[in-house]
Each structure stands twice: as C-alpha cells, then as structure tokens.
Design a protein around this ligand. Structure first.
Ligand code: NAP
Length: 457
C-alpha cells in the first residue's frame, strides 16, 4: 500500500516582479519578554524571512526606556535608543511591544500618519482605542495587525477575519487568560484553594506580583472585546463587556462541579443573539461551569484555547500557548511577514470593517443555564418550596442534587443541613436574580453558597 503524505517544503518565494520596495526598515518599540524574542528572530532568521516576505527585513533600531538595561537576548548595543519618535520617522514598519496605553497610542498614531504599517500585541490599548486606530490606518492606507493581542501564539484573529470571512460566526468561547486557567486547573486537579493556587502561579511566573488584571477578568475582557469586534464586524468597547473574575471561586465550588461531571473555567464569551428584540450581541467574561466532555474542559495549565461556532463551518477549536516571549513573538512575526508581503507587492492594506453595527444586549436579558448551591434545613417540604420559587420566576430546574451534611455532634439538637445543587434550564439573569433573592429569604434556607453560569449542556 502506498501512503501519500503532503510534502513539507519552504513556501514559494514571493514574486519580485512587481516589487514596490526591496528592503523594509523595521522599528521595534520595546525589548521585554516579547520584543527581545522578536529582535532575535529578525536578526537570526533574516535569510528565511527575506525568502518568505520577498524583501529584506532590516531592524533599524529598538526603542526602550533604559538603553543599558539587562536583556534576555544578546543584541547589538548600537540598536538601542530612547528616541522612539526619531526611530519611527525612519521606518516602513513599526512593531509596538511596549504595552500600556501611553505612549504606545501616540507612537502608533505617529507611525500610521507617517505611512508606516504597524504590528502590535497590545490588547489593553486595542480594547479601548482600537476603533480610532483602525480608522486611522484605513485613512492612511496602511496595515494595523495584532494577532499577538489575543491568545499569544494561537492563530485566531486571522482565521476569524480571513478564513471565516465568508461565514457567519454565531458564538466564540475562549480560555484566553493562562493565569486564571492555571489557578482553576490547580484547584481542580490538586484540591488547592484559591490562595494556594495563586501563590503557586506566582512562584512559577504565570501570575504577576499584582494579579488583579488576570484574576478579576480584566485581561480576558480586553481580549473578548477584540474577539467580538472581529467576529461580529461591530465595534465592541471594553465597557460593553460584562466582567466577573475568579477570586470568589471556592474549593467547595470546584468539588461540587466535579461531583456533577462539570469543571469551572474562566470563559470569554461572545455571542450573536436573535430574539424578539432583533439581532444583538452579548460579550461577557465570567467563571463558567462546563461539562467535562466539552473540548474546552481539556485545556489544562496555562494553555489557551478558543472554540468558535459558525453557521457553515460548525465547531472549530484553536489551542496552544497563550503567552510567553517566544510563542507570542511567533504571532508577531506572522503579522510582520504578512504585512511585508503586502508592502512589497504594493497591495492594499488589510483594514478592519465595522459594518455589522449590532447593538449590545443588556446582560440582564441574556439567557444562560445556572448552577445554584444552597444550604438548607433538612426537613419535609423544603424542596417543594424552593422548586416552586424557581418555577414562579421562569427559571425551570433541569437537575437537582441533594447531599446530607453530617452534624458534627450527633447529641446536639442542631437541625441537620442538606446541600442542594440546582442546575436550571436557560433563564435570564434578571429572572435568576429574582429567584435567588426570594429563595435566600426563606427561613429554611441557611445560605446561598454559589451562583455560577453553565455552558455547553
Ligand atoms: P515587557 O516585558 O514589560 O517589556 C516592555 C518593553 O517596553 C521594555 O523593553 C520597556 O523598556 C519598553 N517600554 C515600556 N515603556 C516604554 C516607554 N515609555 N518608552 C520606551 N520603551 C518603553 O512587556 P512584554 O511582556 O514583552 O509585552 C509587550 C506587549 O505584548 C504588551 O502589550 C503585552 O500585553 C503583549 N503581550 C505579551 C505577552 C507575554 O506573554 N508577555 C503575550 C501576549 C501579548 P525597558 O526594557 O527599557 O524598561
């Protein structure tokens, strides 16, 4: 039997018949975790990059704050400067890897208005000022590319923008923050509590000393805004993303999820809604219960994955390293070569379109399944009272599990407790909130121990 395999080979060199430029001057802004690796690739792999882009990619300088700070990669000292604007003025293509809002925003605007294409990994900047910068790039007929801004090395933005350009994306579910995935995975696999799992993430360098942006969901929310804007061809501002973090997740929540065949993940969710109010979108970040059989449940440690549902393509999954200098530099370099090819061939820049103009749905109207944990008195009639309240508010119960809590001193006359774990059918957040408020007020309910959204059931 003959087995035919695709032959792996170097791609055809880009045709030089119609070259507008035969050398591109590249300015790099920032030389930290990612920037240093980008500089290394530009210098070490120069011959390969020339073959693939059809032009020499000449690194003309690296702008930093401190010229003689120690670097993770050995680089020629003469490349370093603190004059970012002076560097940009000489460049055809600018790679921004400084991070933060300013001076990154001003420097990117300078580059674009001077006719240079820009590659960036700055999700915080794009989530707030993306539409303004895309518009400026379009007006100046240059490219603004940012594959590295979402999920590090994983090619996800180009597939959404280009490969799925002829399809309609209905939903995107992403594990787009490696720190929180690591913490939740540690809690699930080792039984550690939140504080211990966070400390371990910090020890291993997955979490910053100040983990707020990760743990509170802000980093994932910035990525969700970018994913939603591209998926739905609609400008989605960061303040339109409903955001909840993982700091409140307890070992008991993790344990209860496991007993129900579920796992808790921090998901960025962007979905297209079609109901009596018309077509709208909803973008949110929150801890979510997923069945263990769902593809995203198998994403462990600090890895990232994005699950895309499209009308014709069906379900697609993109998986890989969501951070780290080298993996993120790979995504940056993909954008650099792609931008260089277009500059070389004199083709039109790739521009973002916001033609969808879909309104954002109020989170209170969005319908999802919920898991509600209750501690109740173990006495007759309790279940009927609680089920009646759920039904009254239209949050119908899909499953209910009851566990009897042992009383520590059997001789005491303390009323025994039971733990209830209720999973609802899809209900709006306002219906669920009203249900929980009424249940909480029942004398037989000792505590509402958790309220979590469930996806994928
Ligand atoms: P980083 O290690 O903190 O490096 C930042 C670099 O920018 C440093 O070299 C710093 O110079 C320079 N810089 C900062 N402010 C500056 C200023 N005002 N003027 C001149 N230079 C300035 O950052 P990173 O981790 O490489 O991240 C870079 C970008 O990639 C960020 O937007 C980040 O969100 C994004 N990203 C990072 C990752 C990742 O895994 N790290 C993943 C995806 C996306 P000095 O060295 O002189 O201080």
């Amino acid at each position: 039997m003959t087995i035919c395999c695709p032959v792996t080979q170097e791609p055809e060199p880009v045709s030089t018949a119609n070259i507008a430029k035969n050398s591109l001057k590249i300015a790099l802004l920032g030389c930290g975790n990612v920037g240093a690796e980008v500089a290394r690739i530009l210098l070490d792999d120069a011959a390969m990059l020339t073959r693939r882009s059809g032009t020499d990619l000449e690194l003309i300088g690296i702008a930093v704050r401190t010229v003689d700070a120690p670097r993770t990669v050995e680089l020629p000292a003469e490349l370093f400067t603190t004059d970012a604007s002076g560097l940009i003025a000489r460049a055809d293509l600018v790679i921004e890897l400084m991070g933060g809002i300013e001076p990154a925003r001003t420097l990117i605007r300078e580059a674009i208005t001077q006719g240079a294409s820009v590659v960036t990994g700055n999700k915080a900047l794009l989530a707030v000022h993306g539409p303004e910068l895309y518009q400026l790039a379009s007006e100046n007929a240059v490219q603004l590319s940012y594959e590295a801004a979402v999920a590090g090395a994983i090619p996800i933005l180009r597939p959404i923008r280009d490969s799925l350009a002829g399809d309609t994306i209905t939903r995107v579910l992403g594990i787009v923050n490696g720190t929180t995935n690591y913490i939740l995975d540690q809690m699930d696999t080792t039984g550690a509590d939140f504080a211990a799992a966070l400390a371990e993430a910090q020890r291993l360098g997955y979490a910053e000393a100040d983990p707020t942006a990760d743990v509170q969901g802000h980093d994932a929310a910035a990525k969700a805004a970018i994913l939603a804007s591209l998926s739905f061809h609609t400008d989605v501002a960061l303040d339109q993303v409903h955001c909840e973090g993982i700091a409140e997740i307890t070992s008991a929540d993790i344990e209860a999820a496991r007993e129900s065949g579920l796992v808790i993940k921090l998901l960025a969710i962007a979905e297209r809604l079609q109901d009596e109010e018309g077509e709208r979108i909803n973008v949110r970040v929150h801890p979510t219960l997923l069945p263990r059989s769902h593809p995203l449940a198998a994403v462990h440690g600090a890895f990232n994955a994005v699950f895309v549902e499209a009308e014709n393509a069906g379900e697609l999954m993109f998986y890989g390293q969501g951070a780290g200098g080298r993996p993120t530099a790979s995504a940056v370099m993909g954008d650099v070569v792609s931008a260089a090819r277009r500059i070389v061939l004199g083709g039109p820049g790739r521009t973002e379109t916001a033609s969808g103009h879909l309104p954002a749905a109020d989170i209170k109207t969005v319908r999802t399944s919920y898991s509600v944990g209750l501690e109740v008195s173990d006495e007759a009639g309790v279940l009927a009272q609680i089920a009646g309240i759920f039904a009254h508010h239209g949050a119908s119960i899909e499953t209910l599990r009851q566990t009897l809590r042992p009383v520590s001193d059997p001789a005491s006359d303390t009323q025994p407790s039971a733990e209830l774990r209720i999973v609802t059918h899809r209900a709006s957040e306002s219906a669920l909130a009203a249900t929980v408020a009424e249940v909480r007020a029942l004398p037989v309910v000792k505590a509402v121990t958790s309220v979590l959204r469930v996806e994928g059931i």
